[in-house]
Design a protein around this ligand. Structure first.
Ligand code: SF4
Length: 222
């Protein structure tokens, strides 16, 4: 009975429902159009963690990294690399805006408030690799002392998972990294996932467990 209750509490619909009603960050409750939980395959071989839903992206569509330039670039890179088992989320699930209505970075307190939601998603998705998109996600998941170098990535082992650094797609869209170099980074990630899949099939997300999607959301690129 107890085990059944635990399974029920972990069902994707309950997991999403708890996030959708969250009001821990007063400023973000005021600025957001909606709460944007992570979306994708469950389980998945890899989870991509960005910063926050964008004003023109997740805040508008309800799906992280969709409907804006960053989302289009990220999903196109994932597809080109042939990565099919993936989940996409952010450090925080609500769009932070400044006094002029522009995207801003979430505060450390807002990131802390949302950390348990991220932990719940990671527990549900059980990836073998967590990709940090950008320096802030890397700092929060790999630790402040870890060197952020996506061009020569050194995955860190944290809690039985590999934490992997990559540029945020917005950084690439700003011209700070050429798209063909970014594409090479995704191919390198794909090779890492393939190696892990051969060594540790139980953690690859491509086991006998059938991948499913978060409620009402597609795992395919959009
Ligand atoms: S950012 Fe996270 S913790 Fe803050 S209100 Fe949104 S869902 Fe809740």
């Amino acid at each position: 009975m107890k085990a059944a209750a635990v399974r029920a509490a972990n069902a994707p619909s309950d997991w999403r429902q708890a996030m959708l009603g969250c009001r821990r960050c007063p400023a973000l409750v005021a600025s957001r159009s909606r709460v944007v939980p992570g979306a994708g395959s469950i389980p998945a071989a890899v989870v991509f963690v960005g910063l926050a839903p964008g004003r023109l992206g997740g805040d508008r569509t309800g799906v992280p990294f969709s409907g804006d330039r960053s989302g289009n670039l990220l999903r196109s890179m994932i597809a080109q690399a042939g990565i099919s088992s993936f989940f996409i989320t952010n450090l925080v699930r609500c769009n932070p805006r400044d006094e002029r209505g522009r995207n801003r970075d979430p505060t450390r307190a807002e990131i802390e408030h949302c950390r348990s939601h991220l932990a719940a998603e990671l527990a549900m998705v059980a990836p073998s690799v967590i990709v940090c998109l950008g320096r802030v996600a890397w700092r929060e998941l790999a630790g402040a002392g870890a060197n952020f170098d996506p061009l020569k990535p050194t995955p860190l082992s944290v809690g039985g998972r590999l934490i992997y650094p990559m540029y945020h797609p917005a950084y690439v869209n700003r011209g700070a990294c050429p798209p063909h170099v970014y594409a090479m980074q995704f191919r390198r990630l794909r090779r890492l996932l393939d190696r892990i899949s051969k060594r540790r099939p139980a953690l690859s997300g491509e086991t006998g467990r059938r991948p499913r999607c978060g409620a009402g959301e597609s795992a395919s690129a959009d």
